[in-house]
Write a protein that binds this ligand. Structure first.
Ligand code: CA
Length: 221
């Protein structure tokens, strides 16, 4: 799970990043609003921690753009502004939660975990679905119609990622870094090769779409 922290105060950015990394999250840091938006688009993440008073582009403008482009992405505001009007503005623009500074890291972590929890994970049988495609996470098998498909470890991870983001474009770079790790050469074609194998296994009804110059998208229906 990757968290983007948009925060211009270096001490807070450092403190939050270290804490999250110690909890096993991968962390991206941005020191201003524009950089934050750029990273959210280009690299991608599962959750955003957003300060409001930011250089170059203020937090509420960042939130507005994120809500338009990536409505499923949870945003938690962490701000020194404690007035009700600002809080209600934040929620009105789509923020999932709002924490005022100063805050305890444990409280931030608890709030993040609530946002990242998926209802399916509470059951033993954990399936991710989009249209006719279902991914049996425990068995690492895909089902498309009545066809059951066994997957290699990488194929499973790529499909899992695409399903979690169904309907959204997932960049090649994001798949490369999240499934293969940062040490992989960004010019490598391993992602494309893996997608080709997945499509072959899923057959002519494969819901994996190529979005030119952007990446891949799993059709929702
Ligand atoms: Ca600030």
């Amino acid at each position: 799970m990757r968290i983007l922290v948009i925060e211009d105060e270096p001490r807070i950015l450092d403190f939050v990043s270290r804490g999250l990394e110690a909890e096993g999250f991968s962390v991206l840091g941005a020191r201003d609003g524009q950089e934050g938006l750029r990273l959210a688009e280009a690299v991608g993440c599962d959750l955003v921690i957003l300060d409001l008073l930011l250089p170059r582009l203020d937090g509420l403008s960042v939130l507005r753009t994120l809500e338009t482009n990536q409505p499923a992405l949870p945003v938690v505001i962490v701000s020194a502004r404690a007035d009700l009007t600002t809080k209600l503005n934040g929620f009105g623009l789509g923020a999932r939660d709002y924490l005022t500074k100063p805050f305890s890291f444990d409280e931030l972590l608890a709030r993040i975990r609530v946002q990242l929890r998926r209802p399916e994970e509470r059951d033993n049988g954990y399936f991710l679905r989009a249209g006719a495609l279902a991914l049996d996470v425990a068995r690492r098998q895909a089902q498309l119609g009545d066809q059951v498909v066994d997957l290699s470890d990488r194929e499973f991870k790529v499909l899992h990622r695409l399903l979690e983001c169904a309907g959204e474009v997932v960049s090649r770079e994001r798949l490369l870094s999240e499934v293969w790790g940062y040490h992989f050469d960004p010019h490598s074609n391993v992602v494309d090769v893996c997608i080709r194998r997945l499509r072959k296994k899923l057959g002519p009804d494969s819901p994996i779409e190529t979005v030119r110059h952007a990446g891949y998208r799993l059709a929702e229906a």
